[in-house]
Design a protein around this ligand. Structure first.
Ligand SMILES: Cc1cc2nc3c(=O)[nH]c(=O)nc-3n(C[C@H](O)[C@H](O)[C@H](O)COP(=O)(O)OP(=O)(O)OC[C@H]3O[C@@H](n4cnc5c(N)ncnc54)[C@H](O)[C@@H]3O)c2cc1C
Length: 297
């Protein structure tokens, strides 16, 4: 949300600085680090002042704005940490994390089992420890994706379960998006996550700028990266930065759900000229047969 608001305000003409404690923008473990780098490059072109690896230690309201004290972030390697200093700004948007709001719900009084953050404990069917009481959405806390479409899927699953039907939410296949300029969207695993799970995985990328539709739209920044299992070509994840990334991601989300391989994506004919051709091009690159990349990959 911080990056989204920063991009909007910069586009409206404000001078914006992003102060980020970690070493990259969108430091989300399930997002390919290269997407963060590409977003940082685009943000710099949009004249955003990026202070990565930097922590705000204090803020003081002064007559001409708010003075922020910055320190090198202790959360990153010292060589990736930003310098100490001060920055004076007119307004501060604090966009760090979100908490769940369970205090006024009376869960404790009812005797519901809660975790240390106050989130009701639920089983695989989203049933709390109280018979017939389900919990969904942000109330469950950051252990699950705190996203609108997840809350919605959980609500439907809980309602179906309450009606005696079987339903579940597949948290491994939740697409996520940042509505920055350009957009960023991702689903499934990163290469690093796949390798950490002991999967022999590979990553292939295809740049947006080689796509006719992206050229015609004048939005050529970004790329698609597909993560697949080396031996089988089974799709493991997709990471997109570029125009309409948040719409494009669903081809990969469906592919993951169906157990598709990169060959399945590559052999599916995509209409031309469309942005979705980027998925096919990238899948072809994974097969080493991409017509629009030198050497096919
Ligand atoms: C700035 C911002 C931007 C976001 N952008 C996105 C996005 O682009 N895409 C995305 O997927 N997600 C986004 N999210 C996250 C998304 O909004 C939440 O994950 C989603 O709304 C969670 O749904 P929910 O039903 O669990 O909670 P909520 O939508 O918060 O609904 C809970 C409701 O319960 C009400 N309530 C609370 N206590 C009580 C009470 N005691 N009695 C009665 N009512 C009560 C609240 O007022 C609220 O209306 C964003 C969140 C923020 C803060």
């Amino acid at each position: 949300v911080g990056c989204e608001l920063a991009g909007i305000l910069a586009a409206l003409g404000a001078k914006v600085a992003i102060i980020e404690a970690l070493e990259r923008l969108l430091p989300i473990p399930s997002l390919d680090p290269e997407a963060s780098k590409l977003l940082a490059r685009e943000f710099k072109k949009q004249r955003l002042d990026l202070r990565l690896g930097t922590m705000v230690q204090g803020a003081a309201v002064a007559t001409d704005g708010v003075i922020l004290d910055l320190i090198p972030s202790p959360l990153v390697d010292p060589d990736l940490a930003g310098p100490a200093g001060q920055v004076t700004v007119e307004k501060v948007i604090l966009a760090v994390g979100r908490g769940l709001n369970s205090a006024g719900l009376g869960l404790k009084a009812l005797g519901a089992e809660l975790d240390q953050r106050g989130a009701p404990k639920v089983d695989a069917d989203l049933l709390t420890s109280l018979p017939g009481v389900y919990a969904i959405g942000d109330l469950l806390g950051p252990g699950r994706p705190m996203l609108a479409h997840v809350a919605s899927a959980e609500g439907v699953a809980a309602a179906r379960h309450a009606c005696g039907q079987s339903a579940w939410v597949d948290y491994a296949l939740v697409p996520a998006a940042a509505f920055t300029f350009p957009e960023v969207a991702w689903v499934g695993l990163t290469l690093e996550q796949a390798q950490a799970k002991g999967i022999e995985a590979r990553a292939h990328a295809f740049p947006m700028r080689l796509l006719g539709k992206a050229q015609a739209m004048g939005e050529v920044a970004g790329q698609v990266k597909l993560i697949s299992e080396a031996a089988s070509g089974r799709l493991l994840g997709a990471h997109i930065i570029g125009p309409h990334a948040a719409d494009l991601i669903h081809e990969a989300a469906l592919g993951l759900r169906l157990g598709a391989t990169v060959a399945d994506l590559a052999h599916a004919i995509h209409a031309h000229p469309t942005l979705s051709e980027v998925m096919k091009e990238c899948a072809e690159a994974a097969l080493g047969m991409c017509l629009h990349l030198p050497g096919g990959r």
